[in-house]
Design a binder for this molecule. Structure first.
Ligand code: PGA
Length: 257
């Protein structure tokens, strides 16, 4: 019932020429895999500087483009920031928000993530809001409490009305870029909890139609066992999204083989 969504988070990688080449390779790979793009939604998340090039390289193809962050402000004296209208102008359809690298390295808190999510949604971008627990939380057995807190303060606090479309990415911090992956059962438990909370906040029908992505060392070798879980609706993929063949393989797996 839910179409899987496979999103690449390129982080601070790829020059403009490299980004154009990778996006073009993915578009050609999809064209060589008939039927796959009808079964899976695909989004590429390059650095800001490459957004236009990736949007051009994917024009006419069933591929969305995501910024990796945005400002909550529409414009003005905010040195170094990029607004939602600017992202849209460059061709973005989505924006990744609250990634743990921004939360940890740049002290981005839930309230700021919430403000950005509201601005993105109001401005016509689909927010992909990242949440996830550090290893200490998992070891303490309080993962669901932590996830619930982040949902409340990064999402529910700003959306008094049900958002048109919003994607949650569950990314256990200890699994990002480490080669460690949550087991399918660990991930499914958290995803089911997220869907339950989304249902309480926005209605069971809305929650049932919304995608919850898993992120954290997803690759061709483990994608199938994760994606087969009933509440895992796709992936937010870092390392493996930088390799054309790996990313295309994960898309094919999400399409059902
Ligand atoms: P990873 O990154 O796939 O390299 O673990 C995922 C992410 O940070 O979104």
């Amino acid at each position: 019932m839910r179409k899987p969504l496979i999103a690449g988070n390129w982080k601070m990688n790829k020059t403009i020429a490299e980004a154009r080449a990778l996006a073009g390779g993915i578009v050609r790979g999809l064209a060589d895999s008939p039927g796959v793009a009808e079964k899976v939604d695909i989004v590429l998340g390059p650095p800001y500087l490459s957004l236009s090039a990736v949007a051009e390289a994917t024009a006419g193809a069933p591929v969305g483009v995501a910024g990796q962050d945005c400002s909550a402000e529409a414009g003005g004296p905010f040195t170094g920031e990029v607004s939602v209208p600017m992202l849209k102008d460059a061709g973005a359809t989505h924006v990744i928000l609250g990634h743990s690298e921004r939360r940890e390295l740049l002290s981005e808190g839930d309230a700021r993530v919430a403000a950005k999510a509201a601005a993105a949604s109001a401005g016509g971008l689909i927010p992909i809001v990242c949440i996830g627990e550090p290893i200490t939380t998992r070891e303490a057995g309080t993962t669901l409490d932590r996830i619930g807190f982040q949902l409340e303060h990064s999402v529910f606090s700003v959306f008094t009305n049900t958002p048109a479309e919003l994607v949650i990415a569950y990314e256990p911090v200890w699994a990002i870029g480490t080669g460690k992956t949550a087991t399918p059962a660990q991930a499914q438990e958290v995803h089911a909890y997220i869907r339950k909370r989304l249902g309480e906040a926005f209605g069971v029908d809305w929650a049932g139609n919304s995608r919850i992505l898993y992120g954290g060392s997803m690759k061709p070798g483990n994608a199938a066992e994760l994606l087969v879980q009933p509440d895992i609706d796709g992936g937010l993929i870092g390392g493996a999204s930088l390799a054309e063949a790996d990313f295309l393989e994960i898309i094919r797996i999400a399409a059902g083989g």
